[in-house]
Design a binder for this molecule. Structure first.
Ligand code: MG
Length: 368
């Protein structure tokens, strides 16, 4: 790995909450990645979804495959920018650990249940999973990850919540940026989900080529692919377009970020945190990207078929929350080990950790 001076460096890590001796064979970021991969929450990503609910079919992305795609994209960008690939990988694999079952609909419903009890936010919950909820190690709760991985997991945070987070919250209060690796994963996440949701949307029949042609970037590559190849199946055309779109977006991101690096000349990872956001798109690609997001929201996330799933998902989350409030003894004791945790927070932790499948089956059993 060819590390630039502005890259995060495990040898200069701001450390872990509980001190541990160093590993002789792995750097601290590799060690964090391994802890994440071996966690129960990571395994559960397999049966959690973002847009298409798990029972809709096996061909759609799960949060596990999404996280792997984010990891792949962010590592490729990190390599180009001479940043730390292992740190990107660890952040990417952990970034969605706090998601509820049933994607955003699930999170909104749980947040509504928690309105008077501190709310529920998936980003903060991902941090809570790695800091507290994973219980495996003899000497501490959580995975005891390095500051840099925890910083990357916490993409956004309200100032109110930031005040409770010590060192990790300071950047939200001071309006500072995180490490370059965290900035990379943040955009790799958006690049990954926009492309794979388009793909899943196409395979589900919700999005047609005709519809997607409304998207300028799609239209450009659709013409390019159809002109160059006359006998492709629609799946091949779609894949070629997605591949070219993603390549152009990632190349633009690398080029523009390099320009910023040359312009601001960050001298260290800490210096990066004091500068304005370095990892970004050119103005032109930024406009395409914005259009892409808007297109997905209007034509996919707000599509009636997705909305119907969301309504059902919300109903399940409300019912589970109410059920466990009345049947608190049915929640495993391991969720109740924190002394000052409210009953509502314990229920939220338990429900948030469920997979789509588990929540669905539980709901069916409850209603029968
Ligand atoms: Mg994500």
């Amino acid at each position: 790995m060819n590390l630039a001076p502005y890259a995060s460096n495990p040898a200069k890590s701001k450390g872990r909450i509980f001190q541990e001796s160093k590993s002789s064979s792995r750097n601290d970021f590799q060690r964090d990645r391994d802890r994440i991969i071996h966690s129960a929450s990571f395994r559960r990503l397999q049966y959690k979804t973002q847009v298409f609910v798990n029972h809709e079919g096996d061909m759609f992305r799960s949060r596990l495959t999404h996280s792997l795609e984010v990891s792949q994209i962010s590592r490729a960008v990190a390599r180009t920018l001479n940043c730390h690939e292992d740190l990107c990988e660890a952040i990417a694999l952990a970034h969605d650990l706090g998601h509820t079952p049933f994607g955003h609909a699930g999170q909104d419903a749980l947040n509504a249940c928690m309105r008077n009890f501190g709310g529920f936010e998936h980003n903060l919950q991902s941090l809570r999973v790695v800091d507290v909820l994973e219980k495996k190690y003899a000497n501490f709760d959580g995975l005891n990850l390095t500051f840099e991985v925890r910083e990357g997991i916490l993409k956004h945070c309200s100032k109110k919540n930031a005040q409770k987070l010590g060192d990790l919250g300071i950047r939200f209060i001071m309006n500072r940026e995180p490490s370059l690796e965290a900035q990379i994963v943040n955009l790799a996440d958006e690049i990954a989900y926009l492309h794979h949701d388009l793909d899943d949307g196409f395979r589900s029949g919700i999005l047609s080529f005709e519809k997607m042609m409304e998207l300028n970037l799609f239209e450009i590559f659709f013409k390019e692919v159809s002109n160059a190849h006359k006998l492709l199946s629609s799946e091949q055309i779609m894949h070629e377009i997605l591949r070219l779109m993603m390549n152009s977006i990632i190349s633009d991101l690398c080029n523009e970020s390099f320009k910023n690096i040359k312009k601001f000349k960050p001298q260290s990872a800490d210096n990066v945190r004091e500068l304005k956001n370095i990892v970004c798109f050119s103005d032109e690609m930024g406009a395409h990207f914005k259009e892409f997001k808007k297109f997905s929201r209007t034509n996919l996330y707000e599509h009636h078929r997705i909305k119907e799933m969301s309504v059902r998902a919300s109903k399940i989350i409300y019912s589970l929350f109410a059920y466990f409030y009345d049947n608190y003894n049915k929640i495993p004791e391991s969720f109740k080990s924190e002394k000052e945790q409210s009953r509502e927070r314990v229920i939220a932790d338990y429900v948030a950790g469920m997979t789509d499948r588990f929540a669905n089956n539980l709901y069916k059993d409850m209603s029968s």
